[in-house]
Every structure is written in C-alpha cells, then in structure tokens.
Design a protein around this ligand. Structure first.
Ligand code: M6R
Length: 608
C-alpha cells in the first residue's frame, strides 16, 4: 500500500508529481506529501487527506526540476500531517518516501535516539531518513546503501538530498518500484499507471536494486553492487485507459469495460473450430503437464474467489485435484507439494505481498509455478515460470470487477487446455466448451443492460444493515464475491454462505428484515436451491434471486428476480457476478460512499 513517486528532468516537477500521485491514490489516500529541491533547499509540504488537499496547499510553491511524492495508507501511526511522508532527518537536508514496513524499526529507532536523533512521527518510515543521515558524509548513494543493510522488512524507498539536486536515489525490497524513461527526464513510481501519461518505457526493478536517477541517465546496481542493465519494457497500456473517460468513477467504468476486457483476454488464445487453446506464455511441456498430480491455487480476496471457481473448472474438466489456499496462510502451512505439483498464483496487481510470499515459498519445493496476473511485469509475474495475463487493462477502483471476470475466463480456458493435454476431453468436447464463449461478450453486454433495474433494487435496499448471499457449486463462490463487493464499498455487513449450510446455523438469522441474495441458476443444484428459497420465504425473509432467463418457476416465490442469459455452468459465473457488482455499486453510491477509495482499503496490498 502507499504510493511513491519521483521526478527529475527538464520540466517543472511539481504538477507532474501531483498528477502521478493522483494516479497512485488508489494505493492509499489518508495523507499525501511532496518534497522538491529549490535553490539547494528542500521544500516539503504534507497534508492529511487526499492529494487534492495537497495540491491546493502547494499552488504557490513555484518550480522545481526534481522532487518526490507519497500518498499514504497508514500502517504505523494514525493518518496525520506529522505521520505523512516525506520524512526528514535532523539536518532537514534529506527527504524520504517509503512504501512497505520496516519490521525492525523499533530497535533502529532506539539506537538512533540514543545517538541523538530526534523523531517527529510515529511511523516506521522516519527511521530511514535518520539512518541515511547517520551514514551520510558527502555521498548520498553510499549513505542509502549502508542504511538498507540495517533494515528488515519490505520497502520501496525514494530519497532526495538538498546538496545533490541532480539525482534521486531509489531502492526496493519486496515492494514494487518501477522506473519510467523519458527524454531528458526520468520517473520512479510504485506502479505503471502512475506515469503512463509521460512514458510507456518501463524498467521493473528487482529486489536489492539501488538506483541513481539523473535527468539523462539512470545507474542501477544490483545487490552485489554490480552495475546492471535491466530490460526496458514497452507497456501497451495508455494514459486514457487509466482515466475515468466520462464515467463518474473508475468502478462503474471498469464494470462496463467487462465485455471488451473479456474479449481481449480470449482473443488469440483459442481456435474454436480446432478445439485448441494456446497458452504459449506458460512454458510447460505437455509431458510436464501430464505429470501434474495436484494443483494448488494461492491468492487473496477476489482473486481467491476466482480460485474457488477455477478449482471446480479444473477438477471437472481435467480431473486433477485442486486445493485453493489463502496466500496469507499457505507459507505457514508446511505445504505438501513437490515437483509434480503445479502452483497457480492469481493476482490482479501481481504485487499482493501475501501471494508473492506464498509463491516464493513454493520455490523451495521445486513445484512449477504459473501466475494469472493483470499487470505486466509485476513482481508475481516475474517470479513465475510462466504468466497468463488477463487483458483487463488498468484496474483502478479498489473493488475488483473486470479483473475477476477475466480471471474466470482464463481459468476456464486453462481447464480446457489441461483437459486436452491429459486427454480427459476429446477435441469435439473441447469445441463444445469453446462454442459458448463466442457470444459471451454480447451476453455480458445484455447483462449490463439490467443496470437501471438493479439500481431500482439498490434504492429499495440501501438502508439494510445485513445482507446474506447464498449459492451452491460455483454459485457459492459468486455469493462470496457478491458479499465482498457489497461490504467493501458500502460498509454494509454482507455474508456469503453456502446454501447447503443454511440449516446448520444461518437460517436462524432469517426474519422479515433479512434480505437474502440467492444465486439460483438452472443446473444440477437447481431443485436444492429452490428448497433454500422456500425455506427463507417460509420464515418471511426477502429474496432477490439471480436466475436463468425464462425461469418462471422462481418468479413465483422470490420477491425479485434478476435474469441472466442461459449459458453453461462455467460461463454463468461471469454473467452472474455482474448484477452483484452493480447492486453493490448502486447501494454504495446511494449511501454516499466513495466507491473507488473505500475507507481503510488500498488497491494493492503490498504489506503482509
Ligand atoms: O491484486 P490482487 O488480485 O492480488 O488483490 C487481491 C485482493 O487484495 C483484492 O482482490 C481485494 O480483495 C479487492 N479489493 C476485492 O475487490
């Protein structure tokens, strides 16, 4: 969490840094700050609140060709001006912005205090500025190099020293940091969307890299202090893709981008008439795939829900056993995996600290690792043996929407891919599986046309204090995801539950005040879910059911129905989550919540 940025070059850096911070704000938004060097003096402005508040405060600050900035998601110390970055040393010459957690900061702070350093904040990050001061004589690069030797934890650090107005120093360990290359100007930031307006030429830094960033060149040294050439990647996202483009907020834009995102994720990966799926990116031989005895999926949040659905897809089609692990638990679980295990990390950002740590853990066991990521070149993508990219485009809203549906599409095709290689399904069967996908984009468009109907439902129910979501099979994971969407952006308590478990406890919650959203599509479990609805209605609960188009039977018992097109069980997951995304969205808007930046959350959870 937190976003860091730095600029050095021919232009006035102040508005550039502010622009970059606005694009990074989804990573944290409780306070923000900027440091620039003017006439060999450091000027720092920090504000509690949003980047817009910071922007107002710096209007008269004039020009500077070098600067750093930060937008914060508090870990150590409450959101306040004192705890906002950049932090300074005692001389007032060093300014530091930091994303991550310095785990041994208390002992470092004690040491520095005993040496006479004066601290002004409650943050872990401030120790970095004082450590650099401790090691500084006249070489800022060396001072940072010495300082990081003492730090434990995760960090992306960007440093300015007022006596060195021609360079920015930056380094990273377990927190993302990228360089953006411009003409006579260079950028450093936590992630790509921050600087897309200025450049598409990106270097992804590795842990241990320590950089000197000048306006015309950049020197990167690796952890062995060797100058190293990191590859420059051309990113095919553009600035507009990371803007609202006429929508009131990113979440709605991203919900409505799903038809295109799904199509782009599918395109060039399948040959429908041959029943073939191409995943050239994953670098696994057919023989290796045939030897896979078990698959473990690791992920968090919405990506974990995609994993639950992926398990059902893979087990059904490829008949390989799959377990889905919370990434935060996996590394402490002494996993039973070996060279015949395939580990799949799912992550939109590719930077989630728990998922990254879990995947690093896997390396010890010689299992094959692939990832399903949205952000090209992200840390999780880089540590994987192969990556399948979802082509959702930048997802800025904290609530994951288009990333989820594109993950489902990838998992669907990946299941067909595995099933073909281990010959569990024939070519004609694979063709049948693929046929439905052709019209998926149009069907997603049709579901999005339900927007105004769903908005009306939101207007009826936005004052609810509790809402239950239930489903069976893939519908259970959709229920979990629907509930997560609602709680994270509207702050209404929402619980996803397995419908088959209702009688084992939760049915006690049902009375006339309880709204239950039921995923009740046609299929093997239809009659069972109908029973659930009857049981809820007998106890005067209120039911909104997501149903298959043309289902007249449910209409007679559910209070409200939302019909989605009749597709196979796998593709129904993509269609059935969309009404729930819209339902959560409209409730949150009606309640006056900030859907893009919900309280206490950040888009990329880069601390464990
Ligand atoms: O970037 P990732 O997919 O690894 O992120 C995982 C979760 O933090 C994320 O899905 C989170 O749960 C979303 N806010 C849900 O909408």
């Amino acid at each position: 969490m937190c976003g860091v940025v730095g600029y050095i070059g021919k232009n006035n850096g102040v508005p550039i840094i502010i622009e970059c911070l606005k694009n990074l704000e989804y990573r944290g938004y409780d306070s923000a700050g900027i440091a620039v060097i003017n006439e060999k003096k450091l000027k720092i402005i920090r504000k509690q609140g949003k980047v817009a508040d910071l922007e107002k405060a710096i209007l008269e600050e004039g020009r500077s060709f070098i600067g750093i900035g930060h937008t914060r998601w508090a870990t150590h110390g409450v959101p306040s001006e004192e705890n906002a970055h950049p932090h300074q040393d005692c001389t007032g010459k060093i300014a530091v912005v930091h994303n991550g957690i310095i785990e041994n900061y208390l002992s470092l702070k004690d040491m520095l205090i005993s040496e006479g350093h004066k601290f002004k904040s409650d943050t872990d990050s401030e120790v970095i500025a004082h450590l650099i001061e401790k090691y500084y004589s006249d070489d800022i690069y060396k001072a940072v190099k010495e300082s990081i030797k003492l730090m434990d934890g995760s960090y992306a650090i960007v440093v300015l020293h007022s006596d060195h107005p021609n360079q920015i120093i930056a380094t990273k360990n377990k927190s993302p940091l990228i360089l953006g290359l411009g003409k006579n100007e260079n950028f450093i930031a936590s992630d790509v969307p921050a600087i897309l307006k200025y450049t598409n030429d990106i270097i992804f830094l590795e842990d241990g890299d320590l950089c000197q960033i000048f306006n015309k060149n950049i020197v990167i040294r690796n952890s062995n202090d060797k100058i190293i050439d990191r590859p420059v990647k051309k990113i095919d996202w553009n600035y507009e893709m990371a803007q609202k483009n006429g929508y009131d907020n990113f979440m709605l834009k991203e919900i409505f981008e799903q038809p295109r995102a799904i199509q782009e994720t599918i395109i060039s990966r399948i040959s429908e008439d041959k029943g073939k799926v191409y995943f050239k990116e994953i670098n696994l031989s057919d023989e290796k795939i045939r030897n896979i005895k078990r698959i473990v999926i690791v992920s968090c949040g919405t990506s974990w829900h995609a994993g639950l659905i992926g398990k059902i897809f893979i087990e059904k089609m490829a008949r390989i056993p799959v377990t889905v692990e919370y990434a935060s638990e996996f590394r402490y679980s002494e996993p039973i995996i070996n060279e015949n295990t395939l580990v799949i990390g799912i992550s939109q950002s590719g930077e989630t600290a728990d998922t990254l740590a879990a995947m690093n853990e896997v390396k010890k066991y010689k299992s094959s690792i692939i990832s399903i990521c949205n952000v090209v070149g992200s840390s999780i993508a880089r540590i994987s043996d192969g990556v399948i990219y979802t082509h959702a485009g930048p997802e800025i809203g904290v609530a994951s929407t288009k990333a989820f549906t594109t993950q489902l599409v990838v998992l669907y095709f990946f299941s067909v891919f595995l099933a073909r290689i281990n010959r569990n399904i024939s070519i004609p069967q694979a063709i049948v599986r693929m046929k439905g996908i052709r019209n998926l984009q149009r069907k997603v468009d049709n579901v999005l046309k339900l927007n105004s109907q769903i908005k009306k439902l939101a207007e009826i129910f936005y004052k609810k204090k509790n809402i239950l979501y239930i489903g069976r099979g893939v519908g259970f994971a959709i229920a979990l995801e629907g509930a997560l969407k609602l709680k994270e952006i509207s702050y209404i308590h929402a619980e996803g539950y397995h419908a088959g478990e209702m009688k084992h406890g939760p049915i006690a919650l049902i009375d006339k005040n309880m709204l239950v959203v039921v995923i009740a599509l046609k299929g093997r479990r239809y009659n069972k879910i109908m029973n659930n609805i009857e049981e809820i209605k007998s106890r005067h609960g209120v039911v909104i059911a997501i149903v298959t188009e043309g289902d007249e039977r449910i209409k007679k018992i559910a209070d409200y129905t939302i019909p989605i097109p009749d597709v196979n069980e796998f593709l129904s997951t993509v269609l059935s989550i969309i009404p729930l995304q819209l339902f959560a969205y409209h409730i949150a808007i009606k309640k006056g919540c900030n859907v893009d930046q919900p309280r206490n959350l950040a888009k990329s959870v880069t601390v464990e």
